[in-house]
Write a protein that binds this ligand. Structure first.
Ligand SMILES: [Fe+2]
Ligand SMILES: [Fe+2]
Length: 277
């Protein structure tokens, strides 16, 4: 079982808050940061779910508790930056609204991914997504404090990815999944990345236009998030997903798929922006 032995702990006090520069704040990034703060804050609920699913593996349950603590700290750090950028942002209220509207399925005692190995592979997909998300924000923002926060968060998320990936190998040795099964788990989780949870987080954090509208909020989120991904970040996502599926991430294939995916994302962001989303 993997442990967090290489943990690089940091605290809120390590962030150079005094360097915050309001003139370099991008309002679209503030919206993304607010939404991310709410999703990170849900990690304890996911740890409860993981605790149920992995009830026979106390080491893994402990691991997910430590993991959740780190994710919650990510949420608090992002929320503190968002409050500097927008003093009207009320994190506690937004958390309350988010939780009222969106419930994480924690009751299950078996994995919604069909197997324990599948559950760990799905977690790797999420960590790939978060690591890339903060890398993209770090390369996009001109605001020095957000740059520093995203640098720390992206490396934490990469460590989470590596830990869950290593742990998945142990489980896959006995709880095998075919290539088709792995593709199904990974593709299913990738499709969910733009799902209910993000639309609800975006709504609770940013939308003041009235009742929740899934289409409006998921489009508003997509238009901002797709716009910030650089080609090399998308290529790295593809390489990491190849590894999770169990395929060798050959450079030229990842570059080819990464460039196609990047063009698609840029095109979608532009179309949504033109539509006034
Ligand atoms: Fe996180
Ligand atoms: Fe993470």
């Amino acid at each position: 079982m993997t442990h967090w032995s290489d943990m690089n702990l940091w605290t809120m006090d390590d962030i150079p808050w005094h360097q915050f520069d309001p003139s370099r704040v991008d309002p679209d990034l503030v919206k993304l940061v607010k939404a991310a703060s709410l999703v990170e804050n849900n990690a304890n609920i996911y740890a409860d779910y993981m605790g149920n699913v992995f009830h026979q593996y106390p080491d893994l349950q402990n691991l997910t508790r430590v993991w959740a603590g780190e994710e919650v700290r990510h949420g608090e750090t992002l929320a503190r930056w968002a409050t500097l950028a927008d003093p009207d942002f009320n994190f506690e209220e937004a958390v309350k609204q988010f939780r009222n509207n969106f419930q994480v399925p924690i009751e299950q005692s078996s994995s919604v991914r069909g197997s324990l190995s599948g559950e760990l592979l799905a977690r790797c997909v999420v960590e790939t997504g978060t690591s890339s998300h903060y890398t993209a924000i770090r390369h996009t923002t001109q605001e020095p404090v957000l740059k520093e926060i995203c640098h720390r968060l992206a490396s934490d998320e990469l460590r989470h990815y590596r830990t869950f990936y290593e742990t998945s190998k142990t489980f896959l040795a006995t709880d095998k999944i075919s290539l088709a099964g792995r593709i199904k788990v990974v593709a299913g989780r990738v499709l969910e990345l733009g799902d209910e949870e993000m639309a609800h987080a975006y709504y609770a954090a940013n939308d003041e236009k009235g009742p929740f509208d899934h289409k409006r909020n998921s489009q508003a989120y997509a238009r901002r998030v797709y716009a910030i991904y650089q080609p090399h970040v998308v290529e790295r996502i593809v390489a990491m997903l190849f590894k999770i599926v169990g395929l060798k991430p050959h450079g030229w294939i990842c570059r080819f798929i990464g460039r196609r995916a990047h063009s698609f994302m840029q095109g979608r962001a532009r179309r949504l922006a033109r539509a006034g989303v």
